[in-house]
Ligand binder design. Structure first.
Ligand code: FPP
Length: 249
């Protein structure tokens, strides 16, 4: 049976995060330069966003560029930035048609001016869309996010806007880039690597993790649905026992 049809719409993860990995290896396997993998990775981004929208996922966050990715050769970084700009240009009508709202997490100040301008434009134009929140992590690092949150909270304490005793999980949450997103329920990483790589460390505290050997450019809608079905087959206990979960149903 069609995989999409098997997805239980009442048991969807509220927030899916994806570490898109394996573009370079995909290209190398075919004897091409790494950038060719990134170009093909864009198709997988489109398929994944569409697949998520089609089944009614509300929040999708994609790791597009980490704080460490600046260490790659300049030509590769430039290609990634140009792919981002061109994809935003090309996909705007699709975002509007499917009522997808674009947002970013990470420190955008280091991005090229053209990329920042395009992002800002698309974020503004899609701000009233409500079907799916698509968040791109760009120049994002979870440790940097936590350092920034700590600084903002400390400043509020110094300025007497906040008491130390008032600091709780909600306060920390509200100082993260993801302050308006629910916790991540499901984290997908492609390409067989089993690492978190400084992505959403706070937000994945209770997330189900899913690792697949599929390289990112090959990741299709069916791979996404397969992953969601796998999530739906798991029992999430949040520290409770199976019996407690059963009895509360
Ligand atoms: C990881 O593959 C992928 C990236 C660092 C970037 C992801 C970017 C895209 C899919 C294209 C542009 C994005 C958008 C949102 C339009 P890798 O290069 O680390 O692969 P490897 O581990 O095989 O070398």
């Amino acid at each position: 049976m069609d995989l999409k049809m098997q997805v239980d719409k009442n048991k969807l993860p509220q927030h899916v995060a994806v570490i898109m990995d394996g573009n370079g290896r995909w290209a190398k396997k075919r004897g091409f330069a790494r950038v060719f993998g990134h170009k093909n990775g864009v198709n997988a981004v489109r398929d994944t966003v569409e697949a998520a929208a089609e089944i009614g996922i509300k929040n999708l966050t994609l790791y597009a560029f980490s704080t460490e990715n600046w260490n790659r050769p300049k030509a590769e970084v430039d290609t990634l930035m140009n792919l981002l700009i061109n994809s935003l240009k090309k996909e705007l009508p699709t975002l509007q048609k499917n009522k997808i709202k674009l947002a970013t997490i990470g420190n955008l100040s280091k991005l090229p001016a053209k990329a920042k301008a395009k992002l800002q434009e698309v974020i503004e134009l899609t701000q009233h869309n409500t079907h799916l929140n698509l968040t791109l992590a760009l120049n994002y690092g979870a440790r940097e996010e936590l350092v920034n949150a700590t600084k903002s909270i400390s400043k509020k304490i110094v300025n007497n806007e906040l008491n130390v005793e008032e600091i709780d999980e909600n306060i920390i949450n509200s100082h993260l880039y993801t302050f308006n997103l629910p916790d991540v329920d499901f984290l997908i990483r492609t390409s067989g690597e089993k690492r978190i790589s400084n992505f959403l460390l706070w937000q994945i505290a209770y997330a189900e993790l899913y690792f697949t050997d599929v390289l990112w450019p090959d990741f299709s809608k069916d791979h996404f649905y397969q992953a969601i079905l796998n999530y739906q087959s798991r029992e999430r206990r949040f520290g409770k026992t199976s019996e407690q979960i059963e009895n509360s149903k």
